[in-house]
Design a binder for this molecule. Structure first.
Ligand code: 6R9
Length: 657
């Protein structure tokens, strides 16, 4: 919600942006699509039967008795069913004769540093790791913290936990010792799995010292299991054991016991913008059902022929659901890349697409806008004719970024699927289907079959077409979070209290004249200007539609006249010159695109924006700058020096008009 302005709170979000471009699915793709429009009708006729059907794509040791037990807001799916997630992701593909198929092509950041794991290799590695965890005293229900770079041992460790029924908690390999410690404590983890370091931006970057600092204050941690990746010198202590000592000598045979459909699979902490991180809890049967189904439906995955690459970090939910669990459950061949897109050169991603003949690429708007900034000539140097579907996740994709992605990466052939979901939802909820939906740049379009999402006003009533408001989900879905680890009350308060009987994700949205959905950013970021609720997303998209702008972030800053005024931070495209009148030019452009109400008060040209490791802009910090406060908590920033760069720009921040 917009910051409190007593007596002046409008009912809904303004709908300002108009977009008329349309892209129909390619005919050949539509004709061979895994999922057709019939799925919407099937799910609408019988939602639970639809999800049962999706669950049948997995291998169950025991079929469930009850599809859904719903004691609002606590859901249990496939109750009484038993399955093993690792068996579903690995063993069954080997048993069915696909052992020689590649599961992961792993590409290290140093050039030429690659590994290939077939499904048989993966089965052996996961078996050994599962035996090692048991030798280290880890059993069903125990929690394991994982703090690793993007190396094959990371998915192997996750799958080994899943195999024995231990609950993993992956912590981003960039978080500080105190962030790691608080997550180890909250989940009461007894084992930490890490590495000496990983490669980032051409250099080994140490991880172990951070673990040492955290674990020194965590007496409940019994062992630290360390993979040697970079060969950096590490200090070892009594808790440390090397992966190559303990895992390598194990048998690769390990029996996968079935686990209950509602047994915990993992905890993943999401910080949100403020407050103590929330341990989002996911369980087994429903989570795997929906990640596997959505990966099959939204990416139209053909396991025999597709080469799939999700560029996310596995420490983000996108990596959990769409590098590890969904793709492996479907028997996909995936690429994992360890490093950053500009190492050793700015064409690294496209070189990887060309090398592995990637057919499906899933990345984030922040990356796409960075590529726009670097220039069209870079991707143009590579052969990317293998690509057939492009995906986006993490933030609203600005229409201009969508069109750039379609044209310069997808050669105007590939549909773009903008997928809305959250750590809490576990899997994709709102997205086009590439063989069905006529895409609109910037729109996430429709809830997937089996998902009942809506846009409501302040009172919880559906808004008509053309209206803006709050995104909600009306019915439980299989991969939904079950609770916040150890805090049911916070789960109720955070997600189920804003609107009676509805899940509230915290995002603003609008439904356009055709009934299609557009995400408008976090409601905490909404700006209240002269009594109008204006979404950050629409103003940012208007700025990015100017040919000189690559990226933009806007915030509402207190203003004596309008309540709040829009302050914009922009990054210019590589080719654009910063001229004296750029501020006026951009302000007028926004006013022309969206109307005078959305005209920013100020434009600040900056070299970078503050982002989390998963690429989300931290507008809270920009609000501090815009309101001349000292900058708040920066611990989840990917690069903590960014705020200094932005503050340096401040002397030139003058109010225009
Ligand atoms: C998967 C993931 C969740 C929040 C979510 C929303 C934003 C994600 C989006 C999107 C617009 C999309 N978000 N995908 N906004 N369009 N396609 O990102 O999970 O890190 O938990 O973030 O990200 O604000 O509520 P998570």
């Amino acid at each position: 919600m917009a910051p409190e302005t007593p007596g002046n709170e409008p009912q809904a979000l303004s709908n300002l942006l108009q977009e008329n471009r349309r892209f129909a699915p390619p005919a050949a793709l539509a004709a061979a699509a895994n999922v057709t429009s019939a799925a919407y009708a099937e799910a609408a006729a019988d939602r639970l039967a639809f999800w049962e059907h999706a669950a049948e794509r997995l291998s169950w040791a025991k079929r469930w008795d009850t599809t859904l037990e719903w004691n609002p807001p606590f859901a249990k799916w496939f109750v009484g069913g038993e399955l093993n997630v690792a068996y579903n992701c690995v063993d069954r593909h080997v048993e069915e004769g696909r052992g020689d198929k590649v599961a992961y092509h792993w590409e290290g950041e140093p050039e030429g540093d690659t590994r290939t794991l077939t499904y048989s290799d993966l089965k052996n590695e996961v078996g050994k790791a599962a035996n090692a965890l048991q030798e280290l005293g880890v059993g069903k229900g125990d929690r394991v913290a994982i703090y690793m770079p993007m190396i094959p041992e990371l998915p192997i460790a996750m799958l080994a936990c899943a195999r024995i029924g231990a609950v993993h908690s992956v912590v981003f390999g960039g978080f500080s010792a105190s962030a790691l410690k608080s997550r180890i404590d909250d989940a009461d983890a007894k084992l930490v799995i890490t590495a000496d370091g990983g490669y980032r931006r051409g250099k080994p970057s140490a991880l172990k010292p951070t673990v040492d600092e955290a674990v020194a204050e965590c007496p409940q941690v019994e062992h630290v299991l360390v993979v040697r990746r970079t060969g950096q010198e590490v200090e070892t202590n009594g808790k440390d054991v090397w992966w190559h000592d303990v895992v390598e000598r194990q048998s690769d045979q390990h029996t996968a016991e079935p686990h209950g459909a509602e047994d915990p699979l993992y905890i993943l902490y999401t910080s949100g913008t403020t407050g103590k991180p929330k341990g989002i809890l996911h369980t087994t049967g429903g989570y795997l059902t929906q990640t596997a189904y959505t990966h099959h439906a939204v990416f139209d995955l053909k396991p025999e022929t597709d080469i799939y690459w999700c560029t996310a970090d596995i420490g983000w939910v996108t990596g959990h659901s769409y590098i590890v669990y969904g793709p492996l459950a479907n028997g996909a061949t995936s690429v994992i890349y360890e490093g950053t897109p500009d190492t050793p050169h700015r064409g690294r991603f496209w070189e990887i697409v060309q090398k592995y003949k990637i057919t499906i690429l899933y990345t984030a708007p922040t990356a796409i806008r960075t590529f726009m900034k670097w220039g069209d000539d870079i991707p143009a140097k590579f052969d990317m004719s293998s690509l057939r579907i492009l995906g986006s996740v993490g933030e609203p994709i600005n229409p201009e970024a969508y069109v750039w992605y379609r044209e310069h990466i997808g050669d105007n052939r590939c549909p773009v699927v903008d997928t809305w979901w959250q750590t809490e939802t576990g899997a994709i909820m709102i997205s086009p289907l590439p063989g069905v939906t006529e895409g609109k740049p910037g729109a996430a379009m429709r809830p997937l079959p089996g998902i009942d999402a809506d846009v409501v006003d302040d009172q919880g009533n559906s808004v008509p077409n053309g209206g803006g408001g709050f995104l909600v989900v009306r019915e439980p879905w299989p991969s939904m979070l079950r609770t916040i680890w150890g805090d049911d009350q916070r789960y109720i308060d955070t997600y189920w209290s804003r609107f009676e009987g509805m899940y509230f994700p915290g995002d603003g949205a609008k439904r356009d004249e055709d009934g299609d959905l557009w995400l408008l950013g976090r409601v905490d970021d909404v700006m209240l200007v002269s009594g109008h609720n204006i979404s950050t997303t629409e103003v940012e998209s208007a700025l990015v539609s100017h040919p000189k702008v690559a990226e933009a972030a806007v915030v509402g800053a207190t203003d004596p006249v309008t309540g709040q005024a829009i302050v914009s931070f922009v990054i210019l495209r590589g080719t654009a010159e910063e001229s004296a009148d750029i501020g006026t030019e951009l302000r007028n452009h926004v006013a022309k695109t969206l109307g005078p109400i959305a005209k920013p008060r100020q434009i600040l040209v900056v070299p970078e924006l503050p982002k989390t490791r998963s690429g989300k802009i931290m507008r809270r910090l920009l609000r501090d700058v815009a309101e001349n406060r000292s900058v708040g908590d920066v611990t989840t920033l990917a690069d903590s020096t960014v705020m200094d760069l932005i503050s340096e720009k401040l002397p030139s921040a003058k109010s225009e008009d």
